[in-house]
Unconditional design. Sequence first.
Length: 415
Amino acid sequence: MNDTQYTKYLFDSVKKISFANPGVIRDTYGKGENLTHDFLIKEANKFTKDIIIDYGGNFLATYPGKLKKKIVIGSHLDSQKHGGNFDGLTGVIMGLVLIKFFFENNIRPKYSISVMGIRGEESCWFPYSYIGSKIAVGKFDKKLLDSLKRSDTKKSLSYHINKSGFNAKKVSKKQIKFDIKNFKFFIEPHIEQGPVLEKKKIPLGIVTGIRGSFRFRDAFCKGEYLHSGATPYDYRKDSVVAVSNLVNEMNIFWKAQLKKNKDLVITFGQFFTDNEEHSFAKSSGLVNFCIDVRSNSKNTLEYTKKNLIKKIKLIEKQTKTKFFLGKETNSEPALMDKKLIKKFQIYSKMISMKFETMASGAGHDASVFANHGIPSLMLFIRNKNGSHNPKEYMSIKNFEKVFKVLKGIIKDNYI
Ligand SMILES: [Zn+2]
């Protein structure tokens, strides 16, 4: 099989074993993810015997180079429930096709090349992200092994790890099996989950950073339900006006930050009055809302939060309402390696491959490796119809364009 045929064969085979109409199901430490793991290891075995499976069930298949230091190409095996076939899987397949190329052409690259298949990245199975990559680097909090329950089976993470044939006890002791200190670079090829590359018809996205976030999922604003006809302006305590003002203010703030070249996205994804009490003829006494703020800069996140709180205080005064933000959840941003970004930009230009330099809005395993001190990079591949749904679609042609860059850069010892 040539590289194109082999790429198709890998995507089709994994689709078949994890097929669940519509789309695929590769459940974390469940049948779909386990079968995908077994199949890809069987394939990796064709090109190398150096395959290590760690206590959390991640695999690392290494094709030997002249040096022990390795370039690790990888991504996650799991998918969303009835998700698409390309999210995650694409990065692992690109790694496999790469070691196939070196094996069949009998080339010994400078660095060893490893393919990594990572467990449990999606937070829909267990309410937690990056389970596998955190286990791989020995950073998984042991309390979570029993406290995290899978959304469908209600069984614990440790139960599922053990049932899949791995070792939750060793995970709890933070024991690792991979030679992390020899990880020279971590590179994660991944479909783009937003519309930018597809709209611009560009095959490759070179990712500058993975956005971190802060979120208030259960915020609300309390005012007073007052007669719409009988209550004059000065006596209103209207929570709809208050939260609308906040949305507007934050939108203006966002635009101003973009003008200063800051990376930022702000979303109020939910906004609703109380079904039971709201009415056509009353100003509203309650608005529930949520806010999701993301940036690849910690400073920008902090600055935005400060501003959010300052604006809330002002609006509370102006509208005589009270805001309650509730519990905050957040994740750390991760910067991709500047030197790697530059090299990929220069190399792509050299071979006339069109690319876009961009931030990643969604979280990815590469953030765990980057925050662990391993120079990391993500490569986005043009993809249609977004992600986390059965319609996500990456063409093999676009896969091959990005593969051409990755293969060339390693083969020519450009990094
Ligand atoms: Zn993914």
